[in-house]
Ligand binder design. Sequence first.
Ligand code: GUN
Length: 291
Amino acid sequence: MSATIIDGKAFAEKVRTQVAAHVTRLKDEHGITPGLAVVLVGEDPASEVYVRNKGKQTLEAGMNSFEHKLPAETSEADLLALIDQLNTDPAVHGILVQLPLPAHLNSDLVINSIDPAKDVDGFHISNVGLLGTGQKSMVPCTPLGCLMMLREQLGSLSGLNAVVVGRSNIVGKPMAQLLLGDSCTVTIAHSRTRDLAEVCRRADILVAAVGRPEMIPGDWVKPGATVIDVGINRIPAPEKGEGKMRLVGDVAFASAAEVAGAITPVPGGVGPMTIACLLANTVTACCRANG
Ligand code: GUN
């Protein structure tokens, strides 16, 4: 293996320490405690784990955490009423509605009912538009974490060929906007892209966000490229015992690490940075709300 392993866990710890120091200053100098409200509808086990981790890390950073767990059959009107209440609550600086929502709820409508200034996910259509036009916005946490790791690893990204595999609203599209903002030449590739292997081989920066276990092999990676693996996929691991599972990314790590200049591992790469950026966004929202 020749690639540098980008330690997202350590980097996230550094970001969380900076966030905690900022929170202490806000409390001591201004008497303000940033607050994050997380709304979970239903009992999706993966979402429950994410929400628990978000709440725990919010408290560890010295902020207030407000958790709202609603039954799966919650009506749209009731959910919108809760968001309305959080929008006007001065103790709440950030609001996150965990996705996916149950099928009977209109996610776009729900997300767009959040006050854009409290939209720490950066999913509100106003924030999407602001990001797309290079204006001050709330930036989605996962792509923000990826950008921070890329800047740390490479310094300036200007002029580099960046390929983002995946076109989701949560990761692929905002990631492409951020890379464009840092003056990369950006390609968004997806399931219909012709000769995906050849497109990937042109990438100085390769961001994989497709949600398909190990679909990008090492021979799709340009020698020396920086590879950011956003995928978190659970696959059977019979070698660990019957019924056991393990986590893998969208990139075949062992073969890619032979070729890449630097690569994020799964777990321990992008994942920890996402929550760290959520905490940072909440402090940003709090500072903007208080001038
Ligand atoms: N579900 C998976 N990732 C995310 C995220 O970043 N934010 C929200 N709200 N839901 C998610």
